[in-house]
Design a protein around this ligand. Sequence first.
Ligand code: HEC
Length: 145
Amino acid sequence: MRPTLRSAAGWAVLALMLMQFIPLGRLNPDPPSPLRAPAPILQALGKACYDCHSYRTRWPRAAYVAPLSWFIAHSVRNGRDALNFSDWDQSRILQSDSLKNTILMVIGKGSGHQQMYYILNPEARLTASEEAALVTWLKAAGMQH
Ligand code: HEC
């Protein structure tokens, strides 16, 4: 029993080591068409959303250790696909009219959107006043490029 357990642990360690070499697209390309908005709006979105919805991702240390890195790279890829504040023209084309409402809905959810992220990064949560500013800006047709 003992040797089997020990060799299983050995294999697990080896597998973890090998996982580190699988390449990931952990890049931050230059923003092709960044969103333009008043500074406080950009600051709030930057703090709470840009890690997953822009090319300005602040990659955490865990993003370099598999298998956690796979999970993080995966959510950033999905996040950028859904909405990319660094590639605003593309986002507009992809989501057209419904984009504004979807963003409003996500902001209304607060840290319920991507709960794990906001638990691990409490400083990234929107404050009540940032939330209010975003809602006002969005409703005032602020989404023009
Ligand atoms: C930890 C990464 C992460 C953060 C931070 C994040 N999102 Fe997302 N978001 C995602 C992912 C991944 C998706 C793709 C759909 C899904 O898995 O929920 C998504 C989807 C969306 C969508 C598309 C509609 C939907 O619900 O699928 C909108 C709009 C959106 N996010 C807005 C925001 C806004 C606004 C913020 C900041 C207040 C934000 N997100 C913060 C990862 C994130």
